[in-house]
Design a binder for this molecule. Structure first.
Ligand SMILES: Nc1ncnc2c1ncn2[C@@H]1O[C@H](COP(=O)(O)OP(=O)(O)OP(=O)(O)O)[C@@H](O)[C@H]1O
Ligand SMILES: [Mg+2]
Length: 445
């Protein structure tokens, strides 16, 4: 479908010229005589991608129309054409939310250039709104994004197993969301009024780990000045998450087995049996079956912790979720479709965690509102054929516009292998205009 543009102007001649220029470029054009008529048309459902309006008109002028449209919360971009260009009216227009303003007399190229950008911008905004709606609608577990079929199955499984007390083993490569799933299970269960405590079994030496898990009595070892309760006691009636369970020593495995069998254990250095009611969720990125074969993991423990297994997919196996995740990590900033493409097509050895880090970095680097390919690490943007970053886009509209134009021109010129005629044709502006802009921004072929 061709993009739809509404042209608002009271002078028949101007209407004709402008709609002619736009029509020639394949836009669908609707013409209105003044702001009142335009608002009426917009109110009756019709979808437009852009409005180009004159300022001076009978009844409702361009500025009043613009502010009415914005009050109605419509995101549609508006380009203002002004014959009496004072700096004030231009600034007012931008303040009211105009996308751009153009002074009379204008060159057709100016209008086309601005219109094309405005429509691209509108597309980006509506894509983002769409993603936002999808986010709100679909995922049922708090903080967990995944519309991909496999992830939806996992979400359903999580909801089902949350109600039970069975031990769960979550398997997945690093950064695939194992801890997040464990959390979701706890918060969807009846245990959610009690604690969820996580411990990384690979991070501590055996004696310290045991003391963390089971607590210790005063004098149990050098430095044990006081007795201390461990996470099994603290998380009583709650959930304990044993991360990297494949790293447990065989001795600790045996003690853990007892907790799983009858909920009983002793504090380190203690004699008293303590009984607790905890649910155990374990996670691993190792193949426990292999560890069993090597004699490094107890088979009986394996069956105890693995009553229900949840296998998390690699991020590259659910590329359809990447836009949703990006949007989630990015909000409220936005991202260009080019940058998004790069992210979707990357392999993500570090899975969701890596994606999250990349977005976090991009958000920190980019002062403006929209993440561009050059905000991504080079190993991701490599091959995108992009110019070095120009980091001048700030809060200021004029500066942001310069940044955008410059990057736009460099990019399109690169893609055309430096052929100005071809690049200008693709950009929809004259060769001369293109060349002047290159000179203006110091862009070399
Ligand atoms: N489906 C998801 N939706 C939203 N955020 C996610 C999702 N999966 C993972 N994340 C985020 O990615 C990061 C890594 O997730 P998490 O810590 O759960 O992974 P992990 O599998 O435990 O990783 P590791 O093996 O490195 O410990 C976290 O910040 C988490 O919030
Ligand atoms: Mg983890």
């Amino acid at each position: 479908m061709n993009p739809r543009i509404m042209v608002v102007d009271d002078e028949p001649n101007m209407q004709k010229t402008l709609s002619g220029i736009l029509h020639q470029q394949g836009y669908d054009v609707t013409v209105c005589g003044d702001g009142k008529e335009a608002i009426e048309i917009l109110d009756t459902e019709e979808q437009f991608n852009l409005i180009i309006t004159d300022i001076k008109m009978p009844c409702i002028d361009g500025m009043t129309m613009l502010s009415t449209i914005r009050k109605k919360n419509k995101e549609i971009p508006v380009i203002i054409i002004t014959g009496h260009a004072t700096v004030d009216s231009a600034i007012d227009a931008v303040k009211l939310g105009a996308y751009d303003y153009i002074r009379k007399p204008y060159m057709p190229d100016q209008i086309l250039f601005s219109a094309r950008r405005a429509i691209e911008h509108e597309k980006l905004v509506s894509e983002n709104l769409y993603l936002h709606d999808q986010l709100k609608g679909k995922f049922q577990l708090k903080g967990l994004i995944g519309n991909n079929k496999k992830m939806q199955e996992i979400c359903q499984l999580v909801q089902k197993v949350s109600k039970a007390n069975a031990a769960i083993l979550i398997r997945g490569e690093s950064g695939t969301g194992k801890e997040l799933i464990a959390n979701a299970i706890h918060y969807n269960s009846q245990r959610n009024k009690n604690k969820f405590l996580a411990i990384n079994c690979g991070a501590l030496p055996e004696n310290l780990l045991e003391s963390e898990l089971f607590g210790h009595e005063k004098g149990a070892f050098t430095g044990a000045i006081n007795s201390r309760i461990g996470i099994f006691e603290t998380a009583d009636k709650g959930t304990v998450f044993l991360d990297e369970i494949g790293d447990l020593s065989l001795t600790t495995q045996m003690k853990l087995l007892r907790v799983l069998q009858d909920g009983k254990f002793r504090r380190v250095g203690g004699t008293r049996q303590i009984k607790v009611n905890v649910r155990i969720i374990s996670a691993t990125n190792k193949n426990l079956k292999d560890l069993i074969k090597e004699g490094l993991f107890r088979e009986d423990l394996y069956y105890r912790i693995n009553v229900i297994a949840i296998d998390l997919p690699l991020l590259k196996e659910r590329k359809d979720d990447i836009p949703l995740l990006v949007k989630h990590f990015l909000a409220p900033k936005r991202i260009s479709s080019e940058a998004m493409n790069l992210l979707v097509n990357f392999d993500w050895p570090g899975n969701v965690r890596e994606l999250e880090n990349v977005i976090e970095r991009a958000v920190a680097l980019r002062e403006g509102n929209c993440i561009l390919p050059e905000d991504l690490p080079e190993y991701i943007s490599a091959g995108a054929g992009l110019a070095p970053a120009s980091k001048i886009a700030g809060e200021n509209f004029h500066e942001a516009r310069i940044t955008f134009e410059r990057d736009f021109l460099i990019n399109i010129l690169k893609k055309a292998s430096g052929n100005i005629s071809l690049a200008s044709k693709r950009a929809g502006i004259s060769r001369r205009h293109f060349y002047e802009k290159m000179k203006l921004y110091g862009i070399k072929r």
